[in-house]
Design a protein around this ligand. Structure first.
Ligand code: COA
Length: 433
């Protein structure tokens, strides 16, 4: 067998060389968030008119590349698994595609061939002496895609941490590689106002010491995390690791010692935070990065006792159905792991699933607790799964409750300005008969 270093030299080339492995009609799979390889995607953007019918499938794109140009969508078109600031407008205007999914199931969509996968473009850590790269920043569905793809192309960057866990790929599996030194994009913590603080306090009061946490995407989950710094022996089993979790580790609240499942280890599938977070991930024995069919599978994540899942929503109706990812029919984000982790927490002994949202939007003009979801809204968490809904006015516990009890509990945590009209609507809908 050839030595890893010799294979590395043989595979190394320019981004243009790497593009030679892409054929018209291909689907290119790109990892979540900052796992995207900027040099490769910029080269694809520049050359996009040379290609026809290329699809770039990705969750949470963090940069708006030139291939987000609607005029050239017939050359290269984006297919989103979760919209972000970079891709949202394209999704709302309808020329970037949306593929509904549970994050836990994306690997199997690829394995079963339901989602095409011809080429993988991924950022990677430098190679170790044994010939392995770590895909630490976005492990997600990328490991499944590597098994399926005709060509695997890496962008090797010394700023990518070499994390532990089943997130490694050997040089013999790599078709081509380019080198880059771009800083990894940083995503800071949100500003916390009184609404976020109140929600965080309610949730924090319901999280006992020794719990294992999953922290979802969005401002409020991060705000909640920052209220947990007084807790002891917390563990992490999450899909995302961000600066909120890092803060809990640094202040000593996260020890992972009380975890019954993978004790001593924190587990995630993608990272989004500051340089400090990315450095923390490097060869850290406390952390394992796993594919999303491990982190997010309710049958696996639910083995953690006292699993606390904290996820955000945009709107909730009086049955508790959560429209977390669209504003009416207009897509805003995606399901991600929301439904996965709500179901995981429901399976977990002593687990709790929290859906957190401010009671209103647009300077108190719109109630987010609504009689029925706005027409066209995408349901992310079903009425059968939802449990604790938390606004700045309190907590509604819904599992095991009737429609009438749910409506009463949800109206009680709606903004006071909207409670009368919500009661009236509940009567009109015959929920309160
Ligand atoms: N009607 C109209 N507009 C609404 C609205 C409603 N019911 N609810 C929210 N909005 C607007 C807000 O005003 C805000 O607009 P602005 O940016 O102009 O102020 C925008 O929508 C976003 O709302 P916000 O509450 O600030 O959401 P967020 O940025 O914290 O993000 C999501 C929340 C979208 C990320 C979250 O709901 C989501 O995607 N959930 C599903 C995914 C998930 O939980 N996955 C688990 C882990 S990945």
């Amino acid at each position: 067998m050839q030595k890893p270093h010799d294979l590395y030299q043989a595979r190394r080339g320019s981004a243009l060389d790497a593009l030679a492995h892409v054929r018209d009609g291909d689907t290119i799979i790109v990892p979540t968030g900052v796992g995207e390889p900027p040099t490769l995607l910029a080269a694809l953007s520049e050359q996009r008119r040379q290609f026809n019918d290329i699809r770039v499938t990705q969750l949470l794109a963090v940069r708006k590349y030139a291939y987000f140009d609607p005029e050239t969508a017939h050359h290269v078109r984006h297919a989103s698994l979760f919209f972000s600031g970079a891709s949202r407008e394209a999704g709302q205007q309808g020329w970037a595609d949306f593929i509904p999914n549970h994050f836990s199931e994306i690997p199997s969509l690829i394995e079963r061939g339901d989602m095409p996968c011809d080429v993988v473009f991924s950022i990677a850590s430098p190679m170790d002496e044994h010939g392995y790269f770590s895909l630490s920043l976005g492990v997600d569905y990328t490991m499944a895609a590597i098994k399926k793809a005709r060509a695997v192309i890496l962008e090797v960057n010394p700023n990518v941490p070499f994390a532990n866990g089943p997130c490694h790929i050997h040089i013999s599996q790599v078709t081509a590689l380019v080198e880059s030194r771009d800083a990894i994009i940083e995503v800071g913590l949100p500003k916390i106002g009184p609404v976020q603080e109140a929600i965080g306090k309610y949730v924090s009061d319901m999280i006992p010491d020794g719990s294992t946490l999953q922290i979802g995407y969005g401002g409020i989950p991060d705000a909640v995390v920052l209220q947990l710094t007084g807790k002891h022996d917390l563990g992490i089993h999450s899909e995302m690791i961000g600066d909120g979790i890092l803060k809990l580790v640094e202040c000593g609240s996260v020890t992972n010692r009380k975890k019954n499942f993978l004790p001593g280890k924190m587990v995630a599938t993608f990272a989004l935070g500051s340089q400090r977070l990315y450095q923390f991930m490097h060869q850290n024995s406390m952390l394992e990065m796993h594919p999303s069919n491990f982190t997010n599978d309710p049958h696996i994540a639910g083995q953690n006792n006292q699993l606390m899942a904290i996820n955000a929503s945009l709107q909730v109706d009086l049955l508790g159905q959560c429209g977390s990812e669209s504003i009416a029919h207009s897509p805003y984000s995606g399901t991600g792991g929301q439904s996965d982790f709500v179901r995981s927490a429901n399976r977990s002994a002593g687990g709790k699933a929290f859906i957190v949202l401010p009671s209103t939007a647009k300077d108190n003009a719109i109630s987010r607790v609504v009689p029925t979801l706005t027409a066209g809204a995408h349901v992310s968490t079903s009425k059968n799964d939802v449990n604790y809904v938390v606004t700045e006015f309190g907590v509604a516990q819904l599992r095991g409750k009737s429609a009438r009890q749910r409506a009463a509990a949800l109206i009680a945590i709606a903004h006071p300005d909207f409670r009368a009209e919500l009661r009236e609507a509940a009567n009109r809908l015959e929920i309160f008969r």
